[in-house]
Design a protein around this ligand. Structure first.
Ligand SMILES: Cc1cc2nc3c(=O)[nH]c(=O)nc-3n(C[C@H](O)[C@H](O)[C@H](O)COP(=O)(O)OP(=O)(O)OC[C@H]3O[C@@H](n4cnc5c(N)ncnc54)[C@H](O)[C@@H]3O)c2cc1C
Length: 360
């Protein structure tokens, strides 16, 4: 029987594996993907990380490239693959966790059914990602006619391939993904409408230094979000700011409102306090219409016993350790322990602490 089974070989699973290897434990990492780093590879062409390379370091191995470099998705993927190789981490790819059940025998252990075999382990660590299951608000989405192509930001692979001929692109959600995809679509020649309340964009640089320098140097990124005062940074467990893209091209029609519905060739918009409504004709006559939903993720865990989840279906945990069963841990979730918990540069610190707690 293994000491620990890690589900997920993204950055969170790899950082946990690093600490288990240091502790000389018998463990295995499984992942549904074909290659380590595939979560990054499957994201859209042209994706640029918002964190400079200096803040993308996993424990024990500095990523290549200059400190200030903003790398792309493939460079991030290659770093993860090189990391797994460098530390010879035991990883089984093409292996999906189908169900995990606690067996009462032999003092209690986890019996994990995967797509390839059954694995037994004392501890179970879930590193399946904070941005796993795409969320599209169905009620609004259903108001678009079939001839309008709709896709979630996670389904965009190549903006160039998406936009051929006169195209109006509606981007719903103005966070980091919405802003970056708006720019790429506009650069590819589309008429872009970006919808969604303004998010608090931190400036890219402050006093000549990258904003992440100040966020890390001030200790903000290390504040525990499950304790005061760090809790104020994540009132509902979610991050509240994003780092600003350069100013968006003036050709982008920026509407800081919510989308209510699409009817009779118009977008019906409303303000958060419901005091204002507007109707905008869309798409431009003669254009193909494409909607890209940048509306985030709601993760589901069908392979876990329901008692490990809270009423909203999220893992019930304190600082990454399950509040239901101390042999279960979670890593990589937004604000799991800190504002940096779901980031490349933050998950390592969490991993060290969570593994220490898990090994007891
Ligand atoms: C568009 C986008 C841009 C981002 N940009 C940045 C950035 O600039 N800087 C930064 O630091 N962070 C960024 N992030 C956040 C974060 O770094 C990434 O989401 C990162 O991929 C999270 O790593 P992870 O290991 O937690 O999860 P993932 O990379 O999602 O890895 C989870 C792994 O678990 C596997 N898995 C899931 N379920 C199962 C199962 N049942 N059985 C087996 N395997 C399973 C998946 O195959 C996957 O490989 C970005 C996120 C997104 C979505």
């Amino acid at each position: 029987m293994l000491d620990t089974l890690i589900v997920g070989a993204g950055q969170a699973g790899l950082a946990a594996a690093y600490y288990l290897k240091q502790a000389k434990k018998d463990f295995l990492v499984i992942d549904a993907h074909a290659r380590v780093g595939d979560s990054w590879r499957k994201r859209w062409e042209g994706l640029e990380l918002f964190t400079p390379q200096r803040y993308n370091r996993l424990p024990g191995l500095t990523p290549p490239g200059g400190d200030r470099k903003l790398i792309d998705r493939l460079e991030a993927a290659d770093y993860l693959e090189a990391y797994a190789t460098h530390f010879s981490l035991p990883i089984q790819l093409h292996c999906t966790c189908v169900s995990a059940k606690k067996a009462a025998a032999r003092g209690g252990y986890w019996r994990i059914e995967t797509s390839t075999e059954v694995i037994e382990a004392k501890n179970l660590l879930l590193a399946t990602g904070a941005y796993k299951d795409a969320y599209i608000p169905a009620q609004v989405s259903n108001t678009f006619p079939q001839y309008v192509k709709e896709l979630h930001s996670s389904e965009v692979t190549s903006v160039e391939a998406l936009i051929n001929g006169p195209t109006s692109v509606l981007i719903v959600g103005a966070g980091a993904s919405g802003q970056q995809l708006s720019r790429l679509c506009a650069d590819a020649g589309a008429k872009v409408t970006l919808l969604g309340p303004k998010v608090s964009n931190l400036p890219r640089t402050l006093l000549g230094k990258d904003i992440y320098f100040w966020l890390y140097a001030s200790g903000t990124m290390s504040l525990r979000t499950d304790q005061f005062p760090g809790k104020l940074l994540a009132p509902d467990g979610k991050g509240i700011v994003t780092v600003g893209e350069q100013p968006l091209p003036a050709t982008i029609d920026r509407q800081p409102h919510h989308l209510q519905e699409y009817s009779d060739g118009r977008l019906r918009l409303r303000t958060a306090d419901e005091t204002y409504q507007e109707l905008i004709p869309w798409p431009t006559p003669g254009h193909r219409g494409i909607v890209i939903w940048c509306t985030g993720y709601r993760n589901h865990y069908p392979f876990l016993p329901p008692e490990l989840l809270d009423g909203a279906g999220d893992p019930a945990h304190r600082g990454g350790i399950s509040t239901v069963d101390k042999s279960v841990a979670f890593l990589g979730l937004e604000n799991l322990r800190r504002p940096s918990s779901s980031l490349l540069g933050g998950v390592g610190k969490d991993a060290g602490e969570v593994i220490t707690a898990l090994l007891g």
